[in-house]
Design a protein around this ligand. Structure first.
Ligand code: NAP
Length: 289
């Protein structure tokens, strides 16, 4: 039987409609949430992501400012810019689009952002608070995945979750989030990575499989069970000469065959991607509050 398709765009719209009233009441108090995005260099994918973020702000009535700098920008210059944004009372959220050019130290740049404005949730203080179960800015993609499960009425508590990928921006924080002693969490989580032997042993036995490894169509139907809910975080460009652009986007899951087998699945595009942006908007409003 074909799986339930979990529509990230629809769930993101629900999040936006909930944010409208918060934004309206902030405006009554004379506060307009503002997000500043810093983009260094001319990476085309980063430019697309930054435009999507600005568009979401515009739709919600959040002020946004995208600062584009040449790839030759120095580390000192970006740190000075962050100091300036930290001090600017009109700016509630600061996001530095990754990846930064090779000569910059990304950790140092992230550490310079004031934790009160860290809407990406990448600052060590935000990470530490997440690890300690304290209120903080949750990293947007993991938080988006958790919200997708919640809004799709998919129980997480007591379930076994296999996450493939252990990056600092997706796999690791997602494992923390879903295994916390908290609502929409309490799962038993296994983290798989490039050194894991027999990944299919873990994925086949999981109630929820989350693919976040950046390898096109890695998860196949024989790696999952019929009862599984499959969340595909991956976004990969693959050649598609038949398309006008010459490429198409695919996830880390072989959607056509896996969607014929499992209980529920997210598509790519239209799954986790829109949720990441929705949670960035959520965090920006939270920062303004
Ligand atoms: P990353 O930093 O490259 O991390 C990839 C992780 O996958 C690493 O932990 C790596 O293991 C593991 N891995 C790689 N090959 C593997 C294999 N063959 N078997 C098992 N594990 C393997 O990637 P990321 O930044 O987390 O992103 C992952 C994917 O999600 C990418 O496609 C990215 O574009 C996408 N993404 C989407 C969104 C969204 O909003 N939809 C947001 C962020 C990322 P090791 O640690 O052992 O190297």
């Amino acid at each position: 039987m074909a799986a339930q398709i979990i529509d990230g765009r629809k769930i993101a719209e629900k999040i936006y409609s909930e944010l409208h009233s918060d934004i309206a009441s902030l405006k009554k108090d004379g506060i307009i949430p503002k997000l500043t995005v810093v983009l260094v260099g001319d990476d085309p994918a980063s430019a697309v992501y930054v435009r999507m973020k600005a568009k979401a702000c515009e739709k919600l009535g959040i002020k946004s400012d995208t600062q584009i700098h040449p790839s030759l920008m120095t580390q000192e210059a970006i740190l000075a810019l962050i100091d300036q944004l930290n001090a600017d009372k009109e700016v509630h959220g600061i996001l530095v689009q990754m990846p930064l050019p090779g000569h910059m130290n990304s950790e140092k740049v992230i550490e310079r952002i004031s934790p009160e404005k860290d809407v990406d949730g990448f600052h060590p203080i935000s990470k530490g608070k997440l690890q300690s179960g304290l209120d903080t800015f949750m990293p947007c993609t993991p938080y988006g995945v958790q919200k997708m499960l919640e809004y799709s009425d998919i129980e997480v508590s007591g379930k076994s979750v296999a996450i493939v990928g252990r990056s600092q921006i997706v796999g690791m924080p997602l494992a923390l989030l879903l295994s916390q002693k908290a609502n929409n969490a309490n799962a038993t989580v296994t983290i798989c990575h490039s050194r894991t032997k027999n990944i299919d042993f873990y994925t086949k036995n999981a109630d929820i499989v989350i693919a976040a490894l950046g390898k096109p169509e890695f998860i196949t139907a024989d790696m999952v069970s019929e009862k599984a809910v499959v969340i595909d975080v991956g976004v990969n460009r693959v050649d598609a000469p038949e398309n006008e652009k010459g490429y198409k986007l695919v996830g880390d899951v072989k959607f056509d065959e896996v969607s014929e087998k499992v209980r529920a699945i997210t598509p790519v595009p239209g799954g986790v991607g829109p949720m990441t942006i929705a949670m960035l908007m959520y965090n920006t409003v939270k920062a303004a509050k």
